[in-house]
Design a protein around this ligand. Sequence first.
Ligand SMILES: NC(=O)c1ccc[n+]([C@@H]2O[C@H](COP(=O)([O-])OP(=O)(O)OC[C@H]3O[C@@H](n4cnc5c(N)ncnc54)[C@H](O)[C@@H]3O)[C@@H](O)[C@H]2O)c1
Length: 441
Amino acid sequence: MTDRYSQLVNAPVLSTVARQLGLPQPVDLDRRRPGAPVIAGPVLSGAAPGARLERALKAVLDAIGAERAGAGGKAKALVFDASGIADSTELVELQRFFYPAVARLQRSGRVVVLGTTPTLAGSARAHTAQRALEGFSRSLAKEIGGKGATAQLVYVEPGAEDQLASTLRFLLSPRSAYVDGQVIRIGPGVAPTPEIDWDLPLAGKTALVTGASRGIGAAIAATLGRDGAKVVGLDVPQAAGDLRAVVEALGGEALALDITAADAPEQIAAHFAEGLDVVVHNAGVTRDRTIAKMPEDRWTQLIEINLSAEERIDDALLNSGRLNANGRLVCVSSMSGIAGNSGQTNYAASKAGVIGMVESLAPALAEREATINAVAPGFIETRMTAAMPIGPREAGRRLSSLSQGGLPVDVAETIAWLASPASTGVNGNVVRVCGQSLLGA
Ligand SMILES: NC(=O)c1ccc[n+]([C@@H]2O[C@H](COP(=O)([O-])OP(=O)(O)OC[C@H]3O[C@@H](n4cnc5c(N)ncnc54)[C@H](O)[C@@H]3O)[C@@H](O)[C@H]2O)c1
């Protein structure tokens, strides 16, 4: 999908005019290239007194062979361990680190602030100070978005220090290109992080991706396949041809099935008689109308596809014991489900319901040594968004810190991180893939 505005404002001569007019000039975001290191440039790290995560951070940086930034040189990433901040007066440590450091951050750079889960920080003062990190990191993301750089906050529970690796690798790498201004919570998980081949984290795993024949679903299937999974793609019988083309290229299998069919949960459970490791609930539709013009069948059809069918499939897989230990459920919500959108009461209800599903199932899945999380995409360049009228389409692209739409692969990479067997401590999270869109922020 072409973003003509980006091409124009970055063209020779026109770029100078655009700068003079103060127009947003989206930069070409770094994205993962095969064989490239996790982070292609030096990392500058710092810590406030009392930091708990220095050992875990060093272990990750060593494992990925990260170059450390020298005095005064450029940095591809800034990582600050704020986990020890226990009083608001100590928040000045953020200013002391970032004031001289932020100018050193390169294009498509990364900022990660590490904190302690506020409710577990140990005192009212510590809770307050840790909560303050959210405002800091989200504002910093807005300040650096112009150069395609992102900032996130990762809260790590006491005792979950060893669960940092998968999340930190993702956030430092170009795989998180369109994830911005997010707060991610890491708990201890119930299983130790397994030994993992970071190039093929899903080797030996089976993944079901619904709605896999095109768009975001096809990108998810390709990305999980790249990471080593045997992919079973599912889509409606009418899309069987496209579906086969997607999964055959990955050596996977096609399951032509309407997820709202009465026997769909049983058919899916039967297909995975040997069990499965990853379920990605991506199939979804829009049926836009204002509520005053919304007939019941339009409402019901959407809720069935986007929410109720997923609940029934989850129940069938969990009740039949088909989801393997360390299994992963990953749902696709939407920014609409967080912010609401005129003409989308049905869609937004379904996508907010998906978030409820994550919240409600997370404790039960933790007991099974499994996890459930959701991604909430913002404006993603697909056939759906290409067909939007120009006004809302341009607003969707530009009203974000990165001033551009994301790509299907950005959603897929985020799902691959959540699906990784190393993401054991990431449970019950909803991660927006929206370039820090202003909607619902
Ligand atoms: N494109 C965006 O900007 C955007 C933003 C936020 C959320 N999302 C969500 O991402 C997901 C994928 O969106 P997309 O843009 O790739 O849409 P898309 O329409 O290109 O793909 C959706 C797929 O789901 C399949 N599907 C629909 N009903 C089905 C059913 N009953 N059974 C089985 N499969 C069914 C369709 O055949 C299609 O292949 C959806 O859940 C959507 O709500 C997309």
